[in-house]
Design a protein. Structure first.
Lengths: 370, 129
């Protein structure tokens, strides 16, 4: 974070206060961490649906004939072969293969992409791409100007569809479409993406339209169980779903391979920043890696706690929380390869005492098939 | 919230309460504290038989997101802990002044209570927070 000035507010700030949200600084913004309570909000998303304000996240548009080719030289995944209406997860890497940020590219049409970056990395990524002059590529930063509302949970299609012209059920996972939203003059980008492990949609819209959409969705569906959800619930949901959080599982010194998202690295691409380092890391296969950890007992593991196997220090907890959908306390840890196999018995040091835990496969939670 | 503060209790700056019955004090966290913490998922209590020093850090309350220290508002020998909150930590959220009590201390020195606040002063403290 390079932000040193006053905290910014999203277009939905007053709506959050009206709902009694507890606001915290996050990514340079005052954001709701919870409204009614993290567990109740988590439960709403798993069983019904929740509404999130993610307007603090960076929205950058990339225009030009060379965007695809350019982006592929600085990220691990492919971009150029995306079709309009597709979204794709990706990571900007440094020369060591470390992650500058994990992002999603949305291809809007032949020559326009939307790039969504983590709030805490907007300035870094904006400055970084600005130094990478390349052919016909232009950048437009809409951070803080455009809003982002997510509806996540099994009833998302049912509750969002009445306001949206496009057929939401027909939209594929990681698909996006520009469509009309009731009451709004301009088309809105609606994407079937999210960070909760549930079905759901993200709506990218002008800041001035955000409160109308937010209030309407809540007013119409609150009685049926739609809840406003804060960043606290979002973090538990994404951890259970095994999704990395930048700064925890993925950092400038924790590569995508280490974070367990090697599937997103396309080594067949001719060259991209960090490729050599990632290839060497892959081939040596001796790197510390992120694993899922379940605590046997009632004590939650927390970021920074020491991890032991057979009495030896083998790593460190990177995220930890109660896992309501798992029924146990869950964590991620960066551990030596010798301690990374599923079923490995670990001990987590909590306030001087060691507590038993086990390595399990990620994700902790997979949503039931519809 | 302030209008629900039980009057007979003493309160600490760290948002714990003490109820005295003879020379045994029951300790818990205040409604303000549980509400600030959010959903409580784990409480680490002192051992029965142990001796606590007033205002020492003697345990933790963990919410979904955070670990918070418990500073005992009173010193003495621990003569009981609330075992019900091991199975159901959310008791502390639901009933902080009742079923959600944390532990009982046999008071070393009743004068310690003078270091704590009455309800009026504590109300003042949280209204300024």
């Amino acid at each position: 974070m390079t932000d040193t000035g006053a905290l910014r507010r999203t277009a939905l700030y007053d709506a959050h206060l009206a709902l009694g949200a507890r606001m915290v600084p996050f990514g340079g913004f005052e954001m709701p961490v919870q409204y009614t309570g993290i567990l109740a909000e988590h439960d709403a998303v798993r069983k019904r649906a929740g509404l999130f304000d993610l307007s603090h996240m960076g929205q950058i548009e990339l225009h030009g004939a060379d965007v695809g080719a350019w982006a592929e030289t600085v990220t691990i995944n492919t971009v150029a072969n995306m079709k309009p209406g597709q979204a794709r997860y990706n990571v900007f890497t440094n020369d060591a293969g470390g992650a500058l940020d994990d992002v999603i590219f949305y291809r809007l049409d032949e020559q326009r992409w939307l790039l969504v970056v983590n709030a805490s990395n907007v300035e870094k990524i904006w400055n970084y791409i600005g130094t990478l002059r390349y052919g016909d590529v232009e950048f437009h930063n809409y951070h803080g100007e455009r809003a982002l509302i997510a509806i996540q949970g099994p009833r998302s299609v049912e509750w969002l569809q009445p306001y949206v012209e496009a057929d939401l059920a027909a939209l594929k996972y990681y698909g996006c479409v520009g469509t009309r939203v009731r009451g709004l003059a301009d088309p809105v980008l609606v994407a079937r993406t999210g960070y909760t492990g549930e079905d759901g949609f993200e709506l990218f819209l002008p800041g001035e339209d955000a409160t109308g959409v937010w209030d309407l969705l809540l007013a119409e569906n609150r009685e049926a169980g739609l809840m406003a959800c804060g960043l606290g619930a979002r973090d538990v949901l994404r951890l259970e779903a095994g999704m990395p959080l930048y700064g925890n599982e993925l950092t400038e010194t924790i590569t995508p391979l280490q974070a367990g998202i090697g599937w997103a690295i396309k080594f067949q691409k001719p060259a991209f920043r960090g490729k050599d380092a990632l290839l060497a890391q892959r081939d040596a296969n001796d790197y510390p890696r992120i694993v899922g950890v379940v605590m046997d007992g009632p004590v939650p593991a927390r970021s920074g706690y020491a991890v032991f196997a057979n009495g030896e220090r083998v790593g460190t907890v990177r995220s930890g929380s109660t896992g309501p959908s798992v029924g146990k306390n869950v964590a991620t840890a960066l551990v030596a390869p010798s301690a990374a196999a599923e079923g490995t018995v670990l001990e987590i040091e909590v306030r001087g005492a060691r507590h038993p835990a086990r390595v399990v496969a990620l994700p902790f939670y997979t949503r039931p098939k519809a | 919230m302030a209008d629900t503060l039980p009057a007979g209790l003493r309160y600490s700056k760290e948002h714990e309460w003490v109820a005295l019955d003879g020379d045994v004090a029951t300790v818990g966290i205040t409604d303000y504290a549980q509400s600030s913490l959010g959903d409580i998922v784990y409480v680490e209590l002192p051992r029965v038989g142990g001796t606590l020093t007033q205002f020492a850090n003697i345990g933790v309350v963990e919410s979904v997101k955070a670990v918070s220290d418990i500073f005992t508002p009173i010193g003495g020998e621990v003569v009981g802990v609330n075992e019900a909150i091991e199975a159901d930590p959310a008791l502390v959220n639901r009933d902080p002044y009742g079923e959600g009590w944390l532990f009982k201390v046999k008071l070393a020195d009743v004068g310690q209570l003078d270091e704590l606040m009455a309800a009026v002063a504590y109300e003042q403290l949280i209204s300024e927070a």
